[in-house]
Design a protein. Structure first.
Length: 139
């Protein structure tokens, strides 16, 4: 994966965007694209994060996941402090190129969530007496 650009081509038509071979990611008004990340072998959903053009370019360049932290407003190399580096095995883009799917292998303890869990999606939303309530699915 070698991509040193922080700008990407713009599709000139809907046909090119949806059926063509040109990678033309569509960033939102804040310059971000949604990125769903799963574990490459098990398929478990690990996290949903965002990338800006620089994070996407660094991901393509290094083969490791980089994201944009909306809360810290900074580039984030996943695993830099936790050791849970995400090595990208595959990247997919959705039909209109406004969302990415990363399939990764995770180093360190194999976790992903800052809470110490394997996945950020460890709670289940259920209805209890007509009210939404969260229950723990994974510990």
């Amino acid at each position: 994966m070698s991509q040193s650009l922080t700008t990407f081509p713009v599709a000139v038509s809907r046909e090119e965007l949806e059926e063509g071979s040109v990678f033309s990611p569509r960033f939102d008004a804040n310059g971000l694209i949604t990125c769903v990340t799963t574990e490459a072998i098990s398929g478990e959903l690990l996290m949903v994060a965002y990338m800006n053009a620089e994070a996407l370019a660094k991901t393509l360049e290094t083969g490791e996941a980089w994201y944009w932290s909306r809360s810290r407003k900074e580039l984030w190399h996943k695993g830099d402090t936790s050791g849970q580096l995400q090595t990208v095995q595959e990247i997919r883009v959705d039909c209109d190129q406004d969302a990415l799917w990363l399939k990764v292998s995770v180093a360190g303890d194999g976790g992903c969530c800052h809470t110490g869990r394997e996945s950020c999606f460890y709670r289940l939303l259920e209805s209890k007496d007509g009210s939404p309530q969260l229950t723990r699915d994974h510990v």
